[in-house]
Design a protein around this ligand. Structure first.
Ligand code: 13P
Length: 250
């Protein structure tokens, strides 16, 4: 952790119901006194208005956004629409979107630009697969994913949101990247941003995602370049999510 304010985002993925979300929000509100990190909750699209009823826009996020502006794109939701319903953040380029919906680096970069144009704060994900890590190329893969984003929106654009490192092999597997492995990657990503934009690079929040739990969060967040987390499974339990948020200050 550093002088950058920590950011912890919940990614509920395709989970939730009105009743379950309501209970979560109540438990979160009751337990969140004194949390100092910035908190964002990212729900499926349909529950964004429900989140917005209970949280300020700065704390409400969606999990994806269309690369298109409007028109004949059945099933898509535009950045302007998200903004219109009071959403403040959006996750872009999650590995599950890249894998199951074949999103390329260029599409992810375009989505990031759309989000920024609409006034949303993008939390842009990069991450390598197990195969890529075992081939000894994680940094090359990550570097080209990041380069596509920087080329389109620049470091200043990215700075309006944040960057999330999510190694695909650590997502939902119980296998967490070690704090040292993660720190090494975060430092390399920051160095890449730094090459063209030293100021934004120092201010950019780079958060880690992949089997973060209350038990392993403190050691991860203690690393100098890990500025918080993007939390999947553990974010579904409000008490665990609160504990992870608190781990940014220990
Ligand atoms: P888990 O915390 O379940 O590993 O998920 C991480 C993730 O993909 C968050 O976006």
């Amino acid at each position: 952790m550093s002088e950058r304010r920590a950011l912890v985002a919940a990614n509920w993925k395709m989970n939730g119901s009105r009743a379950a979300n309501d209970a979560w929000l109540t438990e979160f509100a009751a337990g969140s006194d004194g949390i100092t990190c910035e908190v964002v909750v990212c729900s499926p699209y349909v529950y964004v208005p429900q989140l917005r009823d209970r949280l300020a826009a700065d704390h409400v996020g969606a999990q994806d956004v269309s690369a298109n502006l409007a028109g004949a794109f059945t099933g898509d939701v535009s950045a302007e629409m998200l903004r219109d319903v009071g959403c403040g953040w959006v996750i872009v380029g999650h590995s599950e979107r890249r894998q199951w919906h074949h999103e390329t680096d260029e599409m992810v970069a375009l989505k990031t630009e759309r989000a920024l144009q609409a006034g949303l704060r993008p939390l842009v994900c990069v991450g390598e697969t197990l195969q890529q890590r075992e081939a000894g190329q994680p940094l090359a893969v990550l570097s080209s994913q990041l380069a596509a984003i920087l080329q389109r929106v620049g470091a200043d654009g990215l700075l309006r949101g944040g960057l999330a490192y999510e190694p695909v092999w650590a997502i939902g597997t119980g296998r967490t990247a070690t704090p040292q492995q993660t720190q090494e990657v975060h430092a390399a990503l920051r160095a890449q941003v730094h090459q063209g934009a030293p100021g934004p690079a120092n201010a950019l929040r780079i958060v880690y995602g992949g089997s973060v739990k209350p038990g392993n969060a403190p050691e991860l967040f203690a690393q100098p370049d890990i500025d918080g987390g993007l939390i999947g499974g553990a974010s579904l339990v409000a008490a665990d999510f609160v504990a992870i948020c608190r781990a940014t200050t220990v």
